[in-house]
Structures are given as structure tokens and as C-alpha cells.
Design a protein around this ligand. Structure first.
Ligand code: AMP
Length: 249
């Protein structure tokens, strides 16, 4: 069973993001980039399924400029067998990413596609759902447990106020939530080995998908900065302020 794992290059979650002065986006100059954390969980789950003898091959794919190859090498160091880079300089939105992935699904015929539930840069939470719709595959989103059983997969989903377990027939799309697993660290020998694993590069525009974006960002602003606190003299003053200034009681 082949598993396809789409992975995205995003700003490292430890970086404090700076909004550009002209509000067109965030400043990416000299910023540390990393594998999207939910994609790391997706790679880990796929590698665990391979280690358990359920999967036979794990293929990582990333869509973007040449730099995404750095994150593909990370996925290979974490245990993926090979990687595909769909190269484009276009700034894509989720629908185009999903359409490109659908083309790749047609070519690669994976039994399972495991993606992150969302990319932490755009917070879209759309690609997995769109891919499932475009390919006609069933979807198990926000997975906290994945059990493959023959030609079915059971996915326990994190939903508001509890858990829901669904059963999908394969091939299927699964998107990962935070509690699915704890990704391993790539060991130095595996980082070295990853350099020799196959990484195919294809032009994204060779797949016949219109890459012109239908969504444009009008403005990006930083959250309002936190106002300084005040020290109150008494409980009565605190209650007074909570009632009349904060208006929370
Ligand atoms: P999003 O819908 O943009 O929040 O992204 C959800 C998931 O879709 C990510 O965690 C990735 O698994 C996948 N994805 C999004 N953008 C890309 C991309 N450019 N290349 C590969 N996978 C992507």
C-alpha cells in the first residue's frame, strides 16, 4: 500500500512573525522556515504504518519554489522513501494545491493520502477536504487515531466536545490533528541517508491545472498589542473595574 504525504514549507512556529510595512503580507526575509507541524505528524503516521508492515511505500510531495526541497529532505530523513517536488513560483491557494494533488493521485494511485489538517501560515484547513471532493475519495479529517484494516481505514476524529470514529473505504484522505502522534527527530545518519533518496522535480504547470489564483490577499495586520496592566488597591476596586471598565461581570 502506497501512502502519499503532501507537506508544506512554512515559517517555523517558534518565529515571531513580522507584518510587512505595506501590509501585503508577512516578512519572509531571513526567517527560519520549517516543515508545517501537522505535516510532520502526517509523515510520522505514514512511516509508522510502513514500520507496522501496513504500508509499503511513503511518498512525500511538496508544491512550491525550489526551497521546498529542504522540507522534502526533512520528510525523507524522517522516513519517507521518495519525494516529488511540483515546482512553481506561483503563490497558490488551497484549491489549486488540491487540484495539483488530485493529478498526482491519478498518477501515483496511493491507497491513502495523509495531510496536515492545516498549514500554520495561512490556517486555511481546506486542502484535504478539497482533494477528497475532487477525487471522490472519502475523508477522515482531524484524525487522532488511524487504523487500517484490509481495504478500510478507521479514523477517530477530534470533534467539538468529543471523538467520532468513522470508517472509510480505501483509497481515502486523512488529515492529521495534534494528538495523532509525537513525531520523531531525524537522526544524523538518517539525514545523511535522505540526501541519497530519490527526489523527482516536475513543473507544476505541466499537469494542466490553471495556476492563476482566484483569491487575493487585500491586507495583513498584526494583532493589537496588549495594553499594560494596572495594580488595584482592593478587591472592591477590582470588582468595580471588572464591572464598569472591562464590563465582564
Ligand atoms: P491548508 O488547507 O492550506 O491549511 O493545508 C492543509 C494541508 O495541505 C497541509 O498541512 C499540507 O499537508 C497540504 N498542503 C497545503 N499546501 C501545500 C503545498 N504547497 N504543498 C504540499 N502540501 C500542501
Amino acid at each position: 500500500m502506497k501512502i502519499l504525504v503532501p507537506v508544506k514549507r512554512v515559517i517555523d512556529y517558534n518565529v515571531k512573525v513580522r507584518v510587512k510595512a505595506d501590509q501585503t503580507g508577512v516578512d519572509l526575509a531571513n526567517v527560519k522556515m520549517a516543515l508545517n507541524p501537522f505535516c510532520e505528524i502526517a509523515v510520522e503516521e505514514a512511516v509508522r504504518l510502513k514500520e507496522a508492515g501496513v504500508a509499503t511505500e511513503v511518498v512525500a510531495v511538496s508544491i512550491g519554489a525550489k526551497a521546498v526541497q529542504e522540507q522534502l529532505r526533512t520528510a525523507l530523513a524522517l522516513g519517507a522513501d521518495r519525494a516529488i517536488h511540483l515546482e512553481t513560483e506561483h503563490n497558490l491557494d488551497s484549491l489549486q494545491v488540491a487540484k495539483l494533488l488530485a493529478k498526482l493521485v491519478e498518477e501515483e494511485q496511493p491507497k491513502l493520502v495523509i495531510l496536515g489538517k492545516q498549514a500554520i501560515d495561512s490556517d486555511n484547513n481546506q486542502t484535504g477536504q478539497m482533494l477528497a471532493a475532487l477525487t471522490g475519495m472519502g475523508q477522515g479529517t482531524f484524525a487522532s487515531k488511524v487504523v487500517v484494516d484490509g481495504d478500510k481505514v478507521q479514523v477517530t476524529r477530534e470533534i467539538d466536545g468529543g471523538l467520532q470514529t468513522v470508517e472509510l473505504s480505501l483509497p481515502a484522505v486523512v488529515s492529521t490533528d495534534l494528538r495523532l502522534n509525537e513525531p520523531r527527530y531525524a537522526s544524523l545518519p538518517n539525514i545523511m541517508k535522505a540526501k541519497k533518496k530519490p527526489l523527482d522535480v516536475k513543473a507544476a504547470d505541466s499537469l494542466g491545472v490553471n495556476l492563476d489564483s482566484k483569491v487575493s490577499t487585500l491586507k495583513v495586520t498584526a494583532p493589537p498589542s496588549r495594553k499594560g496592566g494596572v495594580i488595584v488597591e482592593s478587591v472592591a476596586e477590582l470588582v468595580e473595574k471588572l464591572k464598569h471598565e472591562a464590563k465582564v461581570i
